[in-house]
Design a protein around this ligand. Structure first.
Ligand code: AMP
Ligand code: MG
Length: 320
């Protein structure tokens, strides 16, 4: 089936029937279900092996659809107007339309309008808000192509819509806008951009504050995430690279690498954080599958998209 509108119609019908769909977005691919159908949402948790205490993000086609499931504040309205469609998830008080399973029982819900024509067309065709976490097995590397989704979740989905490689490549920024704006997860929209729009400082949650915002039964449980199968260690930018048999290297700009480092991925030779984010997860997957016994990654400058990249690298290394 190559007619995109027929594919979208089929995917929308599957969603209305309570099935799961692989959905491209500008951040990563999502595993989507009807957010208003508790049974369909439970199938997401089952397919991913995701623990029930990790809440899902609800994807909408516009702000009006968001305000049917979440109560906006003045800040939320401003951010939705300026940043949507785009890689910003707003955590807001939830309305009763959203079942408990979506929010892990929290009284807030994360909502976002994705900036991808296929995602928007799918949400509109289904006529539903879509709950969608990243379309990977829980704790593993997020998918940035349709093939990545099929590798891990082919049996769980009715269809995977193929939107090509994701433009941004890391997940959305998750923001709690009130009472004072705080980033719960750095991602595709930068803190700098949020501060410029809001005209006030935006904090970034540390590990403890992030855990406190979720219904986590045991703090620290989610320390390992976005993880390759082989062990990953992280080195600071500017520190020397370790050398050894069977190591694979994930480098920021390709500097200072050991002579003869064979298994190697460079995120951005020209030092472009957007290019690095776009290629990050695919590079990790290639190194994971290259036969090395372990991977060494290098942190990137901790500004703009670098916050989100470093967050993913730290959690892939099991450092929270
Ligand atoms: P994923 O869709 O796999 O990128 O994960 C969604 C993430 O969004 C969760 O792991 C939380 O970090 C965050 N999130 C979603 N809903 C909420 C909420 N109601 N409160 C706080 N964080 C949330
Ligand atoms: Mg995820």
């Amino acid at each position: 089936m190559n007619d995109p509108s027929a594919e979208i119609a089929a995917a929308a019908a599957a969603l209305r029937a309570g099935r799961l769909v692989g959905m491209p977005t500008e951040t990563v691919y999502g595993l989507a279900a009807n957010a208003l159908d508790a049974r369909a949402v439970l199938a997401i948790f089952a397919a991913k092996g995701r623990p029930s205490f990790d809440p899902l993000i609800v994807h909408v086609a516009d702000a009006e659809q968001a305000w049917a499931v979440a109560r906006p504040s003045a800040r939320a309205r401003l951010l939705a107007q300026q940043c949507w469609p785009g890689p910003l998830t707003l955590v807001l008080p939830r309305l009763p339309a959203i079942p408990d399973v979506v929010t892990s029982g929290l009284d807030t819900v994360g909502v976002r309008c994705p900036d991808h024509p296929l995602a928007l067309a799918l949400i509109r065709a289904a006529g539903l808000p879509l709950a969608a976490p990243s379309a990977n097995r829980f704790g593993r590397i997020s998918p940035t192509t349709a093939a990545h989704v099929r590798e891990q979740l082919a049996d769980a989905v009715a269809v995977v819509l193929d939107g090509g490689p994701c433009r941004i490549g890391i997940e959305s920024t998750v923001l709690l806008p009130d009472p004072a704006p705080i980033i719960l997860r750095p991602g595709g929209l930068t803190r700098e951009a949020l501060e410029a729009i809001l005209g006030e400082p935006v904090a970034v949650a540390d590990r403890a504050a992030r855990d406190a915002s979720l219904a986590l039964p045991a703090p620290g449980l989610l320390a390992s995430h976005y993880a390759p199968v082989i062990p990953l260690t992280l080195k600071d930018l500017g520190q020397p690279w370790p050398e050894g048999e069977g190591l694979a290297y994930l480098s920021w700009r390709g500097e200072g690498l050991p002579a003869g480092a064979g298994r190697l991925e460079i995120l951005s030779q020209r030092g472009d954080l957007a290019e690095a984010a776009a290629g990050l997860f695919a590079a990790m997957r290639r190194l994971d599958a290259c036969g090395a016994r372990a991977m060494v990654a290098e942190s990137v400058p901790n500004v703009a998209l670098g916050l989100g990249i470093n967050d993913r690298l730290r959690r892939a290394a099991g450092l929270g």
